[in-house]
Design a binder for this molecule. Structure first.
Ligand SMILES: O=C(CO)[C@H](O)[C@H](O)COP(=O)(O)O
Length: 246
């Protein structure tokens, strides 16, 4: 029974990913997300390149993991240093709210994901419908914050006492008996909420203003299109309010 459920969730992720790859056209610079859903999109791009149905794609990976996957598929790769302007970025998410604001980073790649997705004309978010929430933080699972290693316990204490996230539980992410280390050599503090975050803009600002914080997993005003795969098919939702340009 468990195996069947897992298989069907993977199938939904793949459906969302394949739909998103329809936004990729020959000649584009494409942001390649991280995680199990994004991996289906990277595979699909590799497959279309191999079949000659896509040409002259340059991928900008959002993690070392995705870099390795894309490289193994023969996708030409670059970084934002040489390709600062992307036409489309495709990535998964951990939570999606009704305004298409999302939580990302349970896979630990939030900083590079945010940098790459902010540099893209269009950010296409791909999820199965288990990721939908009424408010960010509402899944009761982690909302990650990437912090520098220096005095990380001090930063963790200050984080959980910020007014906009007061009452949350803060835990240093572990990898076995050692702190988890990101691709950028930082640590992650995961915040857990009993009820959805009331004011995610205030939470974003207060967290970013804290010395020692590098970035957080609240991706606000960033998603242009969200592709949601569920039992009844694939839904394509566009941001109700046009996103702020940076
Ligand atoms: O933000 C991420 C990684 O940092 C992922 O996109 C997010 O965690 C969703 O992952 P998955 O598709 O495996 O559920």
């Amino acid at each position: 029974m468990a195996a069947t459920t897992q298989l069907s969730q993977d199938e939904l992720k793949k459906q969302a990913a394949w739909k998103a790859v329809e936004y990729v056209k020959s000649g584009m610079v494409v942001g390649l997300g991280t995680g199990s859903t994004a991996a289906f999109a990277v595979d699909r791009i590799g497959q279309l390149l191999k079949e000659g149905k896509l040409k002259d794609i340059i991928g900008v990976p959002t993690s070392i993991r995705t870099y390795e996957q894309a490289k193994s598929l023969g996708i030409p790769l670059a970084t934002l240093d040489s390709q600062p302007k992307l036409q489309v970025a495709i990535d998964g998410a951990d939570e999606v709210d009704p305004n298409l604001d999302v939580v990302k980073g349970r896979g630990g790649a939030l900083l590079r994901e945010k940098m790459v997705e902010m540099a893209s004309d269009i950010f296409v978010c791909i999820v199965d419908d288990s990721k939908m929430v009424t408010g960010l933080g509402g899944s009761k699972l982690a909302m990650p914050v990437e912090i520098v290693q220096f005095c990380h316990l001090y930063t963790l204490e200050r984080l959980k006492n910020l007014p906009a996230v007061k009452g949350c539980t803060a835990k240093l992410r572990m990898d076995g008996d050692k702190p988890y280390v990101t691709d950028n050599h930082n640590f992650i503090v995961d915040l857990y909420f009993e009820t959805p975050i009331q004011d995610s803009q205030a939470a974003s600002k207060q967290i970013l203003d804290l010395e020692g914080v590098v970035d957080h997993g609240l991706f606000l005003d960033m998603v242009d299109v969200c592709i949601i795969a569920g039992a009844n098919g694939v839904e394509v939702k566009e941001r109700p309010v046009p996103k702020k340009k940076h």
